[in-house]
Design a binder for this molecule. Sequence first.
Ligand code: ADP
Ligand code: MG
Length: 623
Amino acid sequence: MTTKAPERHEFQAEVKQVLDIVVHSLYTDKEIFVRELISNASDATEKLRHNQLTESDVFDDGLDLEIQVTTDEEAGTITIKDFGIGMTHDELIENLGTIAHSGSKAFLNALKEQGERNENLIGQFGVGFYSVFMVADSVKVYTRSWKTEGDCLCWSSDGDGAYEIETVEGERRGTRIEISLKDEYKDFAKKDRIEEIIKKYSTFVQFPVKVEGEVLNTVQAIWLKNKNDVTEEEYKEFYKFQANAFDDPRFWLHFSADAPLEINALLFAPTENMEGFGFGRMEPGVSLYCRKVLIDSEPKNLLPDWCRFVRGVVDSADLPLNISRESMQDSSLIQKLNKVITKRFLKMLEEKAKNEPEVYDDFWAKFGLFLKEGVTTDFTHRDHLLKLLRFESSYTEGGKTTSLADYLSRAPEGQKEIYYLSGSNRKAIETGPYMEAFKARNIEVLYLFEPIDEFVMNHARQFEEKNFISADNDDIDLDAIAPDTETDKPEALDKDSGVALCAFVKEKLGDEVSEVTTSERLVGSPAMIVNADKMMTAQMRKMMKAMQQQSGMPDTDTPVKLQINPRHPLVKNLASLSASDGELATLISQQILDNARVAAGLLEDPSAMLQRNYEILEKLSAK
Ligand code: ADP
Ligand code: MG
């Protein structure tokens, strides 16, 4: 064989432009050239495997299908070798000297629009090979096509406008790329560094990737397998690997879809809630792949924010050429993926709740806060999320919860609303004045213990067309729902004395209350504060107060309504006392208001109340 002199070729004009951008732009993730070259090697190997099945003659048949990477730190070189289909002379010119894809123009435009930090564009636009010139001084591509006829060729270039092709001796089938790194990027020739990069982006390439003879990609892309072919152990192992987790997954969702998008997804719910451990806000943990190659390990909009505890992988072969981390924000494809995946995940949770309630309850205890957050922030999935909420109630045992659907299934026919009460714990709610009327009528009330719960109720407003109403609301007509079961109640004050007492108390309390009325809603307590404004529950008042204090705004205590119990001995005594000892009756009226504030969780500074309490005791002890 006569060795011909090297031929010199100019790169196509568009390639020159691409190279110019690639080499001179300030890409942050230079390392992605490794991903691109390994992907190309894998593609070429995949094509070869296909040819082995369909073609009768394949050159150098019988070679192992693997990708070999070697480095020479001293010399600053990296070699990536595959035994794939290789390239003929014409293919070299076409593939590495021109941009055949119509995407090239789009690539250049996208680069112009997006400025820097668009390293993903390179691979996505079918110009991945050129990324090697971000780090390389010169590149040699030795290649021998799978076709029986043909030469061993060496393509070489330093990336500045031209390349050469010459015939060489003795190459085997496939492609070997020798990269001579620029001085400032010699670090990539460190074995540890290259291994780290390959593990990051190319772990799931289907052919063995060997660095200095050692296989790096031992973890399989199990999300692409059939569910029945994956063992529980494999799922757990994969979770630990993918999420970098120390716990086991509590359950997982493995599904594939063809329409409207081709999706293979594997999502895990962790056992532990790291935010609950005080580790701060979690980053989204579902990675986005396109045919096993990592696109983004923490894509922001792939799932709604409240799903940030979910780990796993979403692989879509439909990712368009123009996807990059930046453009993903508003990519309609990502939105479509988001929609499909979130829906499936919610459906899985619903099924868990139905079929394995203990498993779900345990999940709820650890991760319920995320779903509540979802109700307040994710309008699209609100209805689904509401079905997944769980609360303790006056019907459940302490520590046990009910769903809203179950709550409604128990509600009497006439009940048009869903009642709830906020408090720091079960006992605080049950011993307060607000439960009395509900207990007396066997009407179920949800107990809310978390500060976010009332926000959830306010955002959702209703479930199955039943409004959420705080049980401390003024205009709840319980008698319309169920009769009072309390018999032999003590005699009430007569109507006139009741009216007179209310007027007296209102006069003495002045602007602190907007109204004083008698109420049949109370049983064992002498008085309670009720909310005239549906939104302004005790919890909300507290929150407003805290906000006012924080922002240094003056304390504008919105006046409350006070209801007194006309059957309570204290109230009855107060009626006569208001005539005989106005001074003591005033003190007692004020004390009753403060006690009602305590029950509502609204009393912040007890000092005035204590002072008054002593005053009352002093007066009584003198009698
Ligand atoms: P893409 O992979 O998107 O087509 P690249 O710029 O990465 O774009 O590669 C351009 C082309 O060069 C590939 O389509 C392929 O035909 C050819 N090529 C690159 N690397 C190899 C390889 N290792 N073996 C065979 N052909 C290759
Ligand atoms: Mg490529």
